[in-house]
Structure formats: C-alpha cells, structure tokens
Design a protein around this ligand. Structure first.
Ligand SMILES: Nc1nc2c(ncn2[C@@H]2O[C@H](COP(=O)(O)OP(=O)(O)OP(=O)(O)O)[C@@H](O)[C@H]2O)c(=O)[nH]1
Ligand SMILES: [Mg+2]
Length: 284
C-alpha cells in the first residue's frame, strides 16, 4: 500500500489520519503507521459489508484495475454492447476528477455512478459503500467497478468485489507483471489489452509476459483482447457468464444466513465478522 503520497486520506477515513502522512501523531499519540493498520481494518470491515450486500442480491461484483489508459472503459463499453442483454449491468467509475467515464457508459443506456476521489489514487470500500446508496441492487445482476488507473495502490484496498480483473495493455510493455507483482498476483483474470497493436508494437512479446506471470506465481488465466477489433471478446464474455454461474451456485450451497447476520445502517444489509488481513484479495 502507498503510505507516502497521501493517497490514504479519503473521505471515509479522514477522521483516522490527518494530513502529514506516515509520521503524523494522532490525538491518542499513536504513530500513523498503527493508524494505517486500523484504516485497513476499517476498510476490510466495510468491504465485507459491501460483499454481503452484493451477495444478498445475487449480484456479481468485478473490480477492473490497470494503469491509466490501458483500456478499462473501452472494455466496459464493448462488454455492454456484447454481453447477453438479459444481464442487467451497472458500473461504478473511479477517477480523481471528471464524469467522463460515467458519461461514456451512460451513452450505452447503462447506469453508471461516478466516484471522484479527489487526491486518492485508488477506490476504497467506503467510497463503494457510498455509491451503493445510489444503486438499487435488486435491479442488477453484475456490477463492474472501474478502479482509478494505477498499478499499485488499488490492489491494497478490498472493495467488497468478488473478482479482480487486471488489464496489461500492449503499449505498456511486457515486463509490468514483474515490476508491479502485487496487483497482478491479486488478479483472477488478466487481459492483455489492445492486442490489435501487437503487430505494430512488436517489442511486446505475449510469451514473455506469460513468463513474467509465471515468475510471480500468478495462476490467473491470461487472455489477449482488443476492444477495437473485438478479438478475445467472446472468451471474455464466456468467462463473465461462467463467473455469474459459479457465484450463484456458491450462494446456493452457502446460504447467506449461515455466515452473516442482519445489521441495519439506514438500509438493510448483512454484516459478516469473518475478517482477514490478506490484502491480496481473492474471494470464492
Ligand atoms: N488500439 C486500441 N486502443 C484502445 C483499445 N482500448 C482502448 N483504446 C484506446 O486507449 C485509450 C484509453 O482508453 P480508455 O478506455 O479510456 O482507458 P482507461 O483504462 O479507461 O483509462 P483511465 O480510466 O483514464 O485509466 C483511448 O484512446 C482508447 O480509444 C484497444 O483495444 N485497442
Ligand atoms: Mg476509464
């Protein structure tokens, strides 16, 4: 997690940590580094809430991560156009500023909530919790969360998603899994995006990228995909459909009442007390 650039100061946690960063003392005299632990605890707690909320409504939540401009929004636009029309989609967009990405999504007739993070270079569970106040989950089957473009910090914050998908775009170079292992290790599915550029940017060797993934012990499937010429799209859509089915089957076998209890916070959702400190988030 980034603890030097001030990215940990967000609306949801500003009462825990004050500007000044790592070495700033809190009123109780605790070093901020301890506070950061508390902050991640708080985040995990809210993330659990969010996940229970998704599960109660049988909604699959997928967190898309990548460096800026790797093609997350373009992928969402292509996905909306091609995914089974019976599947009801909503999108939560995270950017420091602007509604641009939400507007791109809304043009396709899909509900999109834009979160403006201000100075924070990642989304956190509190922000998603706020966004969920504006989404009636009964109306959706799948929620895509487009995280802030950043290959580092987003991997440290559980949002309550079920799955992480990370894009590695061809112009970035094939060595990024080696340089940013935390995010790629946290991925359930990796997309080598902008694959239409492979013939032009032939320094990018997909087989070398795959080798870097092996080196960081990533077991996620890897797919070359282009939102432009649509290659790889059918495999991506098939993966999404499979994940929706897998989640539904899992919830049938593990009814929510067996691991959660009701808890009211203005709106009704459940609250789980299972809690881990693993910030590489993989969820069944
Ligand atoms: N050639 C090519 N260009 C693409 C592809 N996908 C996206 N782009 C282009 O890449 C640029 C960035 O795409 P976005 O979808 O905005 O990327 P993003 O990851 O959402 O960007 P941020 O939200 O700012 O992090 C745009 O100019 C897109 O047209 C693709 O598959 N092939
Ligand atoms: Mg975008």
């Amino acid at each position: 997690m980034c603890d030097t650039c001030g990215c940990n100061i967000t609306h949801g946690n500003e009462n825990f940590i004050k500007p000044g960063g790592k070495l700033h003392k809190t009123e109780s005299g605790k070093e901020a580094v301890t506070v950061l632990h508390n902050l991640l605890d708080e985040n995990d707690h809210t993330a659990m809430h969010n996940r229970d909320h998704f599960d109660q409504h049988n909604v699959l939540a997928i967190n898309l991560m990548s460096s800026p401009g790797a093609g997350k929004t373009a992928l969402l636009e292509a996905t909306i156009q091609q995914l089974d029309k019976n599947l009801r989609i909503a999108v939560i967009e995270g950017d420091l500023e602007t509604e641009n990405d939400a507007e791109r999504i809304r043009k396709h007739g899909v509900k999109a909530i834009q979160i403006s993070t201000g100075s924070a270079c990642h989304l956190d569970a509190h922000m998603i919790h706020q966004a969920l106040h504006n989404l009636d989950l009964k109306e959706f089957d799948i929620i895509f969360i487009e995280n802030v473009g950043n290959l580092v910090c987003p991997a440290s914050f559980d949002l309550g998603q079920h799955l992480n998908v990370t894009l590695l775009s061809v112009p970035e170079g094939d060595d990024k899994p080696a340089k940013y292992p935390v995010m790629f290790r946290a991925s359930d599915f990796v997309l080598i995006s902008k694959s239409d550029l492979l013939p032009i940017l032939d320094d990018f060797k997909p087989e070398r990228a795959r080798k870097y993934f092996q080196d960081i012990a990533s077991t996620a499937p890897i797919l070359e995909l282009s939102s432009k010429d649509k290659s790889g799209m059918s495999e991506w859509l098939a993966w999404i459909n499979q994940q929706i089915k897998t989640r539904k089957d899992y919830l049938k076998e593990h009814p929510l009442s067996s691991h959660s209890h009701s808890h009211t916070h203005g709106h009704v959702h459940t609250h789980s007390h299972e809690h881990t400190h693993d910030h590489v988030h993989k969820h069944v």
